[in-house]
Design a binder for this molecule. Structure first.
Ligand code: SF4
Ligand code: SF4
Length: 483
C-alpha cells in the first residue's frame, strides 16, 4: 500500500531529518577535525544560559558562541508567532525521538498511553526544571544543564563510550531512558522534561497562531487525536490552544474531510497551511543565514594558525581538538617546553595528537585542555583565569609572542608557574587535584608540582584515596601547599 504524504509533512520530515543528520555529522567531525564547533556551540538552550550569565556578570559562558544567541533569538521569534514550531520542525532531539517512536510502532504495532492523571502531572515537570536551570545558571555562570543533557551526551557519542561516560554519565542514562521510552510513548522528553520546550510553551501562550476546528464539518473520526505526537485532544476542541502543541500540523494534514475542518489561523485570520509552514521555515532559516553572514553563526572556525596570522590569537582559543604541534606553532613556543610546562610526558603523547586525547595517551586522569592553556599563559606571561574564570586572557599578538627560553624552562613534571596559595587555604583530603587547582585558579600540573606529586597522579581522585599509593599523609600535603 502506498502511503501518500502531504507536501507540508514532507517538508517537515526533511527539515527534521536534516537537523538530525547535520547534528550527527558535525559532532563526528568535531571529534576528528580542528575548528568544527562542538554541540555546545549549536545548542539554542546554551544561548539562554549564556545570556543569563551575561546579564548576571557581564560575561558569556566560554563553551558558548554568539551563534547560540542567534538560534535562541530565532526560537523566541518562532515561539511568539508560531508557538512550539521549533519543537515540531527543527529540533534534532525531537527528530531522534521520532525515529525511535517510529521503530517502536513497527515493533509493538500499538501506541502506549500514560494514565491521564499521571500524564497531566508529568507535563508540569519541565517548568520547575526550567526554573531550576535558570536559577543555577544565574548563580554559577556555568552550563549547569550540560552533565545531565541527553543531547550533549548524544553529541559526544562519537568520542567513545568511556569519554562520554566520564563526562556525561547522567546525561547518557537519561538519553538511553528517553529513547527507550520514546519507542513506547512518542516524544516523552518533549512532553515532560525539555526546558526549551517549556520556554516555547510559555511563549506560545501569546495566541497568535492557533488551529481552529469547524464543528459543522467535523465527522468526529478522531483521526486528528490519533496522529498527534503530543496527545493533544483536537477532535473536541473549538481552538487548539494547548501549551503542548508543537505546531507539527499532523492533525491538519490527516483530517479526512477535505473541507478545511481544521484551519490554521494567524492573528485570528484563517491562513493557508503552506503559508504558516513557509513563515516558520523563513524565520528560522533566515536567522541562520543572517547569523552566518554576520559571522555570528559558524560551522567551521579559523585555525589557531589563521588566528595567529590575523593577530587575534588568545589563550582560550586552544581547544581540546587542537593538536600539540598547532598550539606550539601558533604561539611560537618550543614543543618540548610546552609538554614540560603542562606536565606531560612527550614520549607518550605524539605532537600531532589532539589535546583532548592526552589524558588517555599519557595515563593522566582528568587531564583537560585548560592545563595546556595555563601552560601557554605561563610561558607567555599573559593573564589567564581558567575556563570558569571571570577575566579573559589578553590577546597574544603573534609579533610579540616570546620564543621559548630553554634556560628558563620549568623542571620536568610541570612548573609551579604563578601558583600562589592564600594564607589560611584549607586543603582537605576530600579534594581532588583538579578541585584544588580550580580553587587556586591554577593548572593541575602546578598543584601537583607544589604538592611534590608525580605528573601522572590521578587528578579526579580525592587526595585521601591516593595516600597509600603515593606515600604521603595529609599533614605532609598541608605543609607542602603552604610552603
Ligand atoms: S495538535 Fe496538531 S499541530 Fe499540535 S501537536 Fe498535535 S498534531 Fe501537531
Ligand atoms: S480528523 Fe478532522 S473530522 Fe476527524 S475528528 Fe479531527 S477534526 Fe474532526
Amino acid at each position: 500500500m502506498t502511503v501518500r504524504i502531504s507536501p507540508v509533512q514532507l517538508a517537515r520530515r526533511i527539515t527534521l531529518g536534516l537537523s538530525l543528520v547535520g547534528l550527527i555529522v558535525l559532532t563526528i567531525l568535531h571529534q576528528r577535525m580542528q575548528g568544527i564547533p562542538s554541540i555546545d556551540a549549536l545548542d539554542p538552550f546554551g544561548g539562554l544560559e549564556t545570556l543569563l550569565k551575561y546579564i548576571a556578570g557581564g560575561e558569556f559562558i566560554k563553551k558558548i558562541e554568539p551563534g547560540n544567541i542567534v538560534l535562541l533569538g530565532a526560537i523566541v521569534a518562532l515561539g511568539f508567532l508560531l508557538s512550539r514550531f521549533y519543537c515540531g520542525w527543527f529540533c534534532a532531539f525531537g527528530a531522534l525521538q521520532g525515529v525511535f517512536g517510529w521503530l517502536g510502532k513497527k515493533i509493538f504495532r500499538r501506541r502506549f498511553e500514560v494514565p491521564a492523571r499521571l500524564d497531566a502531572v508529568l507535563r508540569w515537570v519541565k517548568y520547575p526544571l526550567l526554573a531550576a536551570i535558570v536559577y543555577f545558571t544565574w548563580r554559577t555562570g556555568e552550563l549547569v544543564i550540560r552533565p545531565y543533557d541527553p543531547l550533549a551526551a548524544f553529541g559526544h557519542l562519537s568520542a567513545g563510550f568511556s569519554e562520554v561516560w566520564a563526562e556525561f554519565a547522567v546525561g547518557l542514562v537519561i538519553l538511553v531512558a528517553v529513547l527507550l521510552l520514546s519507542m513506547l510513548h512518542e516524544r516523552a522528553f518533549c512532553k515532560y522534561l525539555c526546558p526549551l520546550g517549556a520556554v516555547n510553551a510559555i511563549l506560545g501562550r501569546v495566541p497568535f497562531f492557533r488551529i481552529k476546528r469547524d464543528k459543522p464539518t467535523c465527522i468526529s473520526c478522531s483521526k486528528c487525536d490519533r496522529v498527534c505526537p503530543m496527545n493533544v485532544e483536537v477532535s473536541t476542541a473549538a481552538t487548539v490552544d494547548s501549551a503542548e502543541c508543537i505546531s507539527c500540523m499532523e492533525c491538519v494534514t490527516a483530517c479526512p474531510t477535505k473541507k478545511e475542518t481544521l484551519k490554521t489561523t494567524l492573528g485570528g485570520k484563517a491562513v493557508k497551511l503552506g503559508v504558516v509552514a513557509a513563515l516558520g521555515l523563513a524565520i528560522y532559516l533566515g536567522a541562520a543565514v543572517v547569523g552566518q553572514a554576520a559571522g555570528m553563526l559558524r560551522f567551521t572556525a579559523k585555525s589557531l594558525g589563521e588566528q595567529a596570522a590575523a593577530g587575534a590569537l588568545k589563550v582560550e582559543d586552544i581547544k581540546g581538538s587542537s593538536t600539540w604541534t598547532m598550539v606550539a606553532e601558533a604561539f611560537g613556543i618550543e614543543l618540548e617546553r610546552l609538554y614540560r610546562e603542562a606536565g606531560v610526558d612527550a614520549s607518550k603523547v605524539p605532537p600531532d595528537s589532539m589535546i583532548k586525547d592526552t589524558g588517555k595517551l599519557a595515563g593522566i586522569e582528568g587531564f583537560e585542555a585548560d592545563t595546556v592553556r595555563f601552560a601557554v599563559a605561563r610561558i607567555l606571561g599573559v593573564p589567564y583565569a581558567g575556563e570558569g574564570g571571570e577575566s579573559a586572557a589578553a590577546p597574544v599578538p603573534t609579533a610579540s609572542v616570546p620564543q621559548a627560553n630553554p634556560a628558563s624552562a620549568a623542571p620536568a613534571g610541570g612548573g609551579t608557574g604563578t601558583l600562589s596559595v592564600p594564607a589560611g587555604f584549607a586543603l582537605e583530603g576530600t579534594m581532588t587535584v583538579n578541585e584544588v587547582a580550580k580553587a587556586l585558579s591554577a593548572p593541575a600540573s602546578a598543584v601537583l608540582a607544589k604538592l611534590g606529586l608525580p605528573a601522572d597522579t590521578p587528578r579526579d581522585t580525592p587526595l585521601r584515596d591516593l595516600k597509600d599509593a603515593y606515600g604521603f599523609t595529609m599533614t605532609d600535603l598541608k605543609e607542602r601547599i603552604q610552603k
